[in-house]
Write a protein that binds this ligand. Sequence first.
Ligand code: AMP
Length: 306
Amino acid sequence: MRLILLGPPGAGKGTQAQRLVARHGIVQLSTGDMLRAAVAAETEVGLKAKDIMAAGGLVPDEVVIGIISDRIEQPDAGNGFILDGFPRTVPQAEALDVLLKSKGLNLDAAVELRVNESALLERVETRVAEMVARGEAVRADDTPEVLSKRLAAYRASTEPLIDYYSEKRKLVTINGMMTIDEVTLEIDRVLAAVLDDSNSAKPARKAARKASARKTASPKKAAKVKSAKKAAKAPAKVAKKGVAAPKKAAKAGSKAGSRAKTTKSTKKAVKKAAKTVKKAVKKVAKKAAKTTAKSVRKLAKKRAKR
Ligand code: AMP
């Protein structure tokens, strides 16, 4: 299994990655950990990365792409891996695509842990307190000031990856605001669906959607599903109203479409609504033509009698 974990600092990527490692026997490849090790060992990469990391910036793409491509080559990654903290930019994601393709490997899913930003500072503070309690060295970038810079870097450079993987139908979104155990369960459930469907070559998003239909993971997704369902109901209403207000019907369809914008089911619903209206218009036109013909015949008969 090959996965990407996406989410802002403090979303719980590291914690969930460790659980996935234990469950699936794959390795966690954290560029943050690798870079911290390089900084500690004062290697060439470490010297390049040290100040950037301490300031909450992003290490240049070519540096992280280099370390990841070397790491993926290692035999322990042969059984699969979870990329934690990589890719963080679109060029890194593109480089990963090329890298995997060149090795004939496939990415199973990009798992996004979606969290409220307001909770992140508290989470990072908890992490620092736990590290201190364990007697571990605290990360230089785990301070409120640097966290806000790391968040800004996430928003500007990493968030576009949500669309990137969504377009590739690899994205699955998990509500990261649940408890750690609940998030783990949800990831397991969604991944089971992805792996199950990967045999029938269904994209990750489709499988995850199927899983979401059973139990929706993220509140945002729940709202989306709800509005898509509502939109799908719109044509039924339109059909009942017949042709009395085709404009109104079209409006209802398009209103439904704008509510759940890109969802396929909405597009389908709008199409169906338009079809229903078209059909009804045809029916009425036919009836009108019949009635006209009948009255013309009647008139002709009357005139003939006169
Ligand atoms: P993390 O442990 O994932 O939060 O990463 C800690 C820091 O390492 C980040 O704030 C960046 O400075 C750097 N870093 C880790 N991964 C990457 C990456 N893929 N691209 C650029 N910088 C990275």
